[in-house]
Design a protein around this ligand. Structure first.
Ligand SMILES: Cc1cc2nc3c(=O)[nH]c(=O)nc-3n(C[C@H](O)[C@H](O)[C@H](O)COP(=O)(O)OP(=O)(O)OC[C@H]3O[C@@H](n4cnc5c(N)ncnc54)[C@H](O)[C@@H]3O)c2cc1C
Ligand code: FES
Ligand code: FES
Length: 706
C-alpha cells in the first residue's frame, strides 16, 4: 500500500496506490473533475496546464502535464479553481485580467492566471520571463502583461498561504517506486534497481510517458533529496548538486557568471526551469542540452556515485558518442563542480524562438587574454555534433596568438576540423558551421566593447569588410588588454572616418551624420594607439571605461569630420549605407542622444568641437588629438587605401599604428548583410569582400517578445 498526500487548493488530499507515472493533469481532470486546468500540448510547451506547487522552499508555477503524482508528496498544489477566495473573491491577477481585457477565447487563461498568481506571490515583475511558457493564440500579450503589471502592488490574498505542516505524519511504501531523502538511500536503491529510472524534474521522462507511452519500470524520484540539491559557492569552487533545479542554478549563478544565467533564462520556460534539474540535463546527454556547453567551457567535473564508490570525470569526457556516456548501470550523477575564476564566460544560444525553444546551436566561450595574447581557451558547443563538444582545434588556433580583430578569422578553418554538423529540422549543417564561427566573432567583438545583441542594436550600419575589421576594434572596455585597444582602436577610427568621409561626399548637406556613439567610443579608445608605454595605455583604457560606464560621452570631440575625412581613406562604404548608418538617434553614448533632430555634417563639426570643449573629462580632449595623429600615422605607414588592423599575431608587442592594406572595396558587397561570410567554394579562407553589420546605437526600448 502506498499513499501520497498533498494539499489541493488548501485541502489535505490523499491518493492511494496511484501509478507512479500518473500525471497530475490527468488525475486533476479525470479523477477530480477539476477541468479548469487545460490540456494543450501535453509536453510542457504551452502552459495551459500550469498549476502552483508549493514546498518548503517556496511556490512556483509548474506544468501539470509532465508532473507525476509522487513528485507532489508533501507539497501544496493550487489549481485555477483555488486561486479565488473562499467567498468567491477574485485574486488580484484575475481582477486585473478582467480590467485589462486579458482573455478572448479563454482556453489559455487558467494557465496564465496560475502562472501570474505564482509570480505575484513571489513578487516577480519580470513578466515577460514569467509568462514565456504560457502561449496565447488570440488575445495578444500586451493586455496580459498590462494586467500582470496592474496587479503588482496588490497584496497577496491570505487564502494563498499554504500550511504544509498539516501534511506531517504521512508514510509511503511501495516496491516499484521510491522517494529517497538522502544520496545514501538513493545509492542503495539504484544498486538494487540498476535498470530502474531516476526521475529528476521529469521534463524529459514525463514526455517518455505522455508521448511515447513508455513503461518506466521501477522509478526513484530525486526531488526530495536535500543533499543533492545543494548549491555551494566558495571563493574558488562552485559545486551544484545534481537535483538542483535550473531555476535555482540560475539564481545562484547570476552574480558570478551572469552570462550563464542569461543562457538559463532562455532555458524552456519558468515552469520548465522550476522542474528540470541540472543532473537530468547532463544525464540525458542531449547534443542540444544547454548546460553542458557552458559547464565544459567552465572546466566542469562530474561527480558520479555507485553505491559507496565515487569517481570524478571531466564533463567533456563524459559524453562519448551520441547516446553513449561514461556511466555504468546503478551509477548516478551526484554533483557537478567547476573552479571559480574571473568571469570570461559568454554563452550564445541560437534557437528559432527566443523563449521556450531548444538550441539549434549553443556556443560557450571562456578565453583568457594577457597583454593582448590568448593564454588559454575553453570553447564548447551544443548542436554541432552528436554530443556537447569542446572545440579543441579552434582553441588551439587562438592560444598564443594576438586577441585582435583578426583572431576570429584565423580560426576559420579550425571550425571545420572540430565539427561536421548535421542538417536537421532546426538548422542546416552549413548554417550551424557559420553560426558557430559567428559566435566566436561575436565573443571577440563583445570583448572589444561592441554592442552585439540584436535586441540592443538598431538600425544596422552596413559597411565593407575592411571597415568591419576596424569596427571590431572598439574600446577595450571588457578586455584586460590595453594593448589590444591600441591596435584595434586606430583601425576602428580610421574605418569609421573613411565611412564618414564617403557619407559626407555622397549625401546632401542635410543628411544625417554618422553615429556619434560609435565614433566617440572608437576615438576614446584610440587614444591608446599612440601610447607605447603599457602603463600609460592601461591608464587610458581605464579612463575610457569610466567614461563609457558613466555618461557614455567619451570623447565626443572625436566626431570631428577633419579626423574622419583627412586621415583615413579608401574604405568605400556605399553612400546609402553610410548615410543610413548615420542618424544620431537612439544612442546612449554621447550627448548626441539628447538631440532628436538629424544633424547635418556641418552641425556635426561644430557640435563635435563644442562637445570636445565641454567635455567634463579633461583627459578626453588631448586624447582626441592623439587619435587624429594615430590615424594619420596609420594611413601614412601602410594603409593609404584602407585602415584595417594588421594581423598582430606575429608582433603582439607592436601596439601602435601598423596596419595592413585591406582589399579594395567591392561595391556589390555593400548590399549584403550576410555575416559572417560564407567561405567560398575554393576553400575555407574567409572572403575579404563582405558586408558587415557594425554595432548600431544602443536601444532604449524594453524587449518586446510579443
Ligand atoms: C517544454 C520543454 C522545454 C525545454 N527546453 C529546454 C531548453 O531550453 N534547454 C535544454 O537544455 N533542455 C530543455 N528541455 C529539456 C529538459 O528540460 C532537460 O533535458 C532537463 O534538464 C532534464 O532534466 P530533468 O530533471 O527534468 O530530467 P528527467 O526528465 O527527470 O530525466 C532525464 C534523464 O536523466 C536521468 N537522470 C536525472 N537525474 C539524474 C541523475 N542525478 N543521475 C543520473 N541520471 C539522472 C533520468 O533517468 C533520465 O534518463 C526542455 C524540455 C521541455 C519539456
Ligand atoms: S498541456 Fe501544454 S504545457 Fe501542459
Ligand atoms: S485567450 Fe485564446 S488562446 Fe489565449
Amino acid at each position: 500500500m502506498s499513499e501520497i498526500a498533498f494539499l489541493l487548493n488548501g485541502e489535505v488530499t490523499r491518493v492511494a496506490d496511484a501509478a507512479p507515472t500518473r500525471t497530475l493533469l490527468d488525475w486533476l481532470r479525470e479523477d477530480r473533475a477539476l477541468t479548469g486546468t487545460k490540456e494543450g500540448c501535453n509536453e510542457g510547451d504551452c502552459g495551459a496546464c500550469s498549476v502552483i506547487v508549493t514546498d518548503k522552499s517556496g511556490s512556483r508555477s509548474m506544468n501539470a502535464c509532465i508532473l507525476f503524482l509522487p513528485q507532489l508528496h508533501g507539497c501544496a498544489v493550487r489549481t485555477v479553481e483555488g486561486i479565488s477566495g473562499p467567498k468567491g473573491e477574485l485574486h488580484p491577477v484575475q481582477q486585473a485580467m478582467i480590467d485589462h481585457h486579458g482573455s478572448q477565447c479563454g482556453f489559455c487563461t487558467p494557465g496564465f492566471i496560475t502562472a501570474m498568481a505564482a509570480a505575484h506571490k513571489n513578487g516577480r515583475t519580470d513578466h515577460n520571463d514569467q509568462l514565456a511558457g504560457n502561449l496565447c493564440r488570440c488575445t495578444g500579450y500586451a493586455p496580459i502583461i498590462r494586467a500582470a503589471e496592474a496587479a503588482e502592488d496588490k497584496p497577496v490574498p491570505a487564502w494563498m498561504e499554504e500550511d504544509l505542516s498539516r501534511l506531517s505524519g504521512i508514510t509511503e511504501t511501495r516496491d516499484d517506486w521510491a522517494r529517497p531523502e538522502t544520496t545514501v538511500e538513493l545509492a542503495k536503491w539504484y544498486l538494487d534497481h540498476p535498470n530502474g529510472t531516476l526521475i529528476g524534474g521529469a521534463t524529459d521522462v514525463g514526455l517518455w510517458v505522455t508521448k511515447n507511452l513508455k513503461d518506466l519500470g521501477p522509478v526513484a524520484f530525486l526531488n526530495n533529496i536535500d543533499d543533492m540539491s545543494d548549491i555551494r559557492i566558495t571563493d574558488d569552487l562552485v559545486r551544484i548538486g545534481a537535483a538542483a533545479t535550473i531555476a535555482d542554478v540560475m539564481e545562484a549563478i547570476t552574480p558570478i557568471y551572469p552570462d550563464f544565467a542569461e543562457l538559463l533564462r532562455r532555458y524552456g520556460s519558468a515552469q520548465v526551469r522550476n522542474a528540470a534539474t541540472i543532473g537530468g540535463n547532463i544525464a540525458n546527454a542531449s547534443p542540444i542540452g544547454d548546460t553542458p556547453p557552458a559547464l565544459i567551457a567552465l572546466g566542469a567535473t562530474l561527480h558520479l556515485r555507485r553505491g559507496v564508490e565515487r569517481r570524478d570525470v571531466l564533463l567533456e569526457n563524459y559524453f562519448i558518442d551520441y547516446g553513449k556516456q561514461d556511466r555504468v548501470p546503478g551509477e548516478f550523477i551526484e554533483a557537478v563542480s567547476f573552479p571559480r575564476s574571473a568571469d570570461r564566460l559568454k554563452c550564445y544560444k541560437l534557437s528559432k524562438r527566443f523563449d521556450q525553444d531548444i538550441s539549434a546551436v549553443c556556443g560557450c566561450f571562456n578565453v583568457r587574454v594577457i597583454h593582448g595574447v590568448v593564454t588559454s581557451a575553453r570553447i564548447a558547443f551544443g548542436g554541432m555534433a552528436g554530443i556537447p563538444k569542446r572545440a579543441r582545434a579552434v582553441e588551439t588556433s587562438l592560444i598564443g596568438k594576438s586577441w585582435d580583430a583578426n583572431a576570429a578569422d584565423r580560426s576559420w578553418d579550425a571550425f571545420k576540423r572540430d565539427f561536421t554538423p548535421l542538417s536537421d529540422m532546426r538548422a542546416s549543417a552549413e548554417y550551424r558551421l557559420e553560426a558557430a564561427r559567428g559566435m566566436l566573432m561575436r565573443y571577440l567583438l563583445e570583448d572589444l566593447g561592441a554592442d552585439t545583441r540584436v535586441l540592443d542594436v538598431s538600425p544596422p550600419v552596413i559597411v565593407e569588410r575592411s571597415a568591419s575589421d576596424a569596427a571590431r576594434a572598439k574600446p577595450a572596455t571588457k578586455t584586460d588588454d590595453p594593448e589590444l585597444s591600441a591596435v584595434a582602436a586606430a583601425a576602428a577610427l580610421a574605418a569609421s572616418a573613411a565611412a564618414e568621409e564617403v557619407a559626407a561626399k555622397a549625401t546632401p548637406a542635410d543628411a544625417p551624420v554618422s553615429r556619434a556613439d560609435t565614433k566617440s567610443e572608437n576615438t576614446a579608445a584610440a587614444t591608446d594607439a599612440r601610447k607605447t608605454d603599457p602603463a600609460e595605455a592601461a591608464e587610458s583604457a581605464e579612463k575610457t571605461e569610466t567614461a563609457d560606464e558613466g555618461s557614455k560621452a567619451a570623447a565626443p570631440a572625436s566626431d570631428t569630420p577633419e579626423t574622419s575625412s583627412d586621415d583615413a581613406k579608401g574604405t568605400e562604404a556605399s553612400a546609402s549605407d553610410a548615410s543610413d548608418a548615420a542618424p544620431e538617434t537612439g544612442g546612449d553614448k554621447s550627448d548626441a542622444a539628447d538631440k532628436s533632430a538629424p544633424k547635418t555634417a556641418d552641425d556635426s563639426k561644430s557640435d563635435a568641437a563644442s562637445n570636445g570643449d565641454d567635455t567634463s573629462d579633461p583627459t578626453q580632449k588631448p586624447q582626441t588629438t592623439e587619435v587624429t595623429d594615430a590615424a594619420k600615422e596609420a594611413a601614412k605607414d601602410g594603409a593609404p587605401e584602407n585602415s584595417a588592423p594588421q594581423d598582430t599575431a606575429a608582433t603582439p608587442d607592436d601596439k601602435t599604428t601598423d596596419v595592413e592594406p585591406a582589399p579594395k572595396a567591392d561595391a556589390s558587397a555593400t548590399d549584403t548583410a550576410e555575416y559572417p561570410a560564407k567561405p567560398d567554394d575554393a576553400g575555407e579562407t574567409p572572403p575579404d569582400q563582405v558586408a558587415i553589420i557594425l554595432p548600431p546605437p544602443a536601444k532604449d526600448t524594453p524587449e518586446d517578445k510579443s
